[in-house]
Design a protein around this ligand. Structure first.
Ligand SMILES: [Zn+2]
Length: 300
């Protein structure tokens, strides 16, 4: 049996929002069992809070934005990605501004902060959302689906016209170790030709070569180059793990995305939630041999 997790002590991460350009301090704070993950806007009257849930997702273009009646929390995906991989079930995330700090554009700062705050077990078993049958969404050539799998596996394929990025597939088992080593350092990216129009529509105002890989038609503009040859698809795995937290249940399954971004992930998560017959809750160590036999001969 595995137990739910939180962190031992509070810890802060500071920075600016990539889209708003606003400074913000984020504080991770321990939370009791069966809480889930909440954002709290400490800068607003009455300190309103929001659960990280697909039902609270308001916008999915370029970033995942959670929204309440009168306030928002923007660009949540890199921060919560670390929670997905480190399997932190319960956490309060306090903010002094409307957008999560972008830091270096990856999940590295958040991951390091959480590890420094020490991930600890709580006195309550974790119940996994164990996928029983394939569930998917498709739009044009974009696909997002989950398959039965004993563990957490993510497969992402991106395919950009841009020759610097091109087609990049990645399929990997997600563990704390593989995430820290292979995924957490992968930075967000954007195209030089889009910078003007993004800024005109109020986005990317805090974006710079310090927190984003910028690509033109022939090269990576950042003088230091890439952290991995396929850093772009690794970042998409990072984003997908972040969006997975909006499921509000730790997934046991195999997530597959083809050219799918935050919008497709949001639709997929909502579809899983709306089909309770497609999953069941299991505690690790529970007997699921029946289901395992059923899917043993499948090939995907
Ligand atoms: Zn991202």
């Amino acid at each position: 049996m595995l137990f739910q997790k939180t962190i031992r002590k509070s810890i802060e991460v500071e920075g600016i929002g990539i889209h708003s350009g606003h400074a913000c301090t984020l504080r991770f704070r321990p939370a009791p069992p069966n809480t889930g993950v909440y954002f709290i806007r400490k800068d607003l009257p009455q300190e309103p809070f929001l659960k990280v849930s697909a039902m609270n997702v308001q916008a999915v273009h370029y970033q995942t934005v959670l929204g309440g009646p009168h306030f928002q929390v923007a660009t949540i995906e890199h921060c919560v990605s670390a929670l997905s991989a480190l399997r932190i079930d319960n956490l309060y995330i306090e903010l002094t501004g409307p957008e999560i700090p972008i830091c270096d554009g990856s999940a590295l700062y958040f991951t390091q902060a959480l590890l420094k705050a020490e991930v600890i077990e709580l006195d309550e078993p974790r119940k996994y959302c164990y996928i029983l049958e394939p569930i998917g969404v498709q739009e044009d050539d974009k696909q997002a689906y989950v398959l039965p799998y004993y563990g957490l596996r993510v497969g992402v394929t991106i395919d950009f016209q841009n020759p610097v990025i091109g087609r990049q597939p990645l399929d990997m088992e997600i563990t704390e170790q593989s995430f820290i080593r292979e995924i957490a350092p992968a930075r967000t990216f954007g195209f030089l030709k889009d910078v003007e129009s993004l800024r005109a529509s109020g986005l990317a105002r805090g974006g710079s070569l310090e927190n984003c890989i910028v690509v033109d038609d022939a090269k990576v503009v950042n003088p230091e180059g890439l952290r991995f040859p396929d850093e772009f698809v690794r970042h998409k795995v990072l984003d997908a793990l972040g969006d997975l937290v909006t499921l509000e249940m730790p997934l046991m399954g195999r997530l597959v995305l083809h050219k799918a971004g935050h919008d497709m992930m949001n639709k997929l998560v909502k579809k899983i939630v709306s089909q309770p017959q497609s999953y069941r809750f299991v505690e690790l160590g529970a007997d699921i041999t029946g289901e395992m036999k059923k899917f043993a001969n499948w090939s995907f």
